[in-house]
Write a protein that binds this ligand. Structure first.
Ligand SMILES: [Zn+2]
Length: 168
């Protein structure tokens, strides 16, 4: 999935369920973390990272390797969730817990987005076992259609309301 699609999905899914702008915005930003960390560490760099075209550059490690593994992220999130919350003073615990939860939601929505694509995400360390729904290719029109579905999921009610209003 393209970054812009990850951002939109990262916003729309939590927004559809919670209606919470703040939570959804944090999740939208967090939704590119797996690719950003991959890129920062010099992992391979593909069309994935730029919304406007196909830039292919080599890297030391395979793109969508360990940093797209759901087990890896579960362990990382549990560790940080526990570590950060145990260090934070009690009065800030509530807000920090919900911000961290939004980050975790964003990260897992990234993985969910990539699971829908042909190449999927790895289930083991070598990446030989992968999980993929094979619904579309990254950057395809079909991906755009899914993004539109997410937007409708979050804002369908508003869009419907404005359309009805404009006919009155
Ligand atoms: Zn990715």
């Amino acid at each position: 999935m393209k970054w812009i699609s990850h951002n939109i999905m990262g916003f729309c899914v939590p927004y559809a369920f919670t209606g919470d702008w703040m939570f959804s915005l944090v999740s939208a930003f967090a939704a590119v973390i797996p690719d950003s960390v991959e890129m920062a560490l010099g992992f391979s760099f593909t069309e994935h990272y730029v919304p406007w075209g196909n830039v292919q550059r080599g890297g030391i490690f395979k793109h969508r390797g360990i940093l797209h593994n759901p087990i890896f992220w579960t362990l990382v999130c549990l560790f940080f969730y526990g570590a950060i919350l145990s260090l934070i003073p009690d009065e800030y615990k509530g807000i920090c817990a919900s911000l961290l939860l939004a980050v975790v939601v964003g990260i897992f929505l990234h993985l969910a987005g990539d699971v829908m694509t042909m190449s999927g995400v790895p289930l083991n360390l070598t990446g030989s076992k992968r999980m993929s729904l094979g619904l579309f290719r990254t950057g395809s029109l079909c991906e755009v259609a899914f993004v539109v579905l997410f937007i409708l999921l979050a804002f369908g009610e508003w869009i419907y309301y404005f359309m009805v209003q404009s006919y009155k």
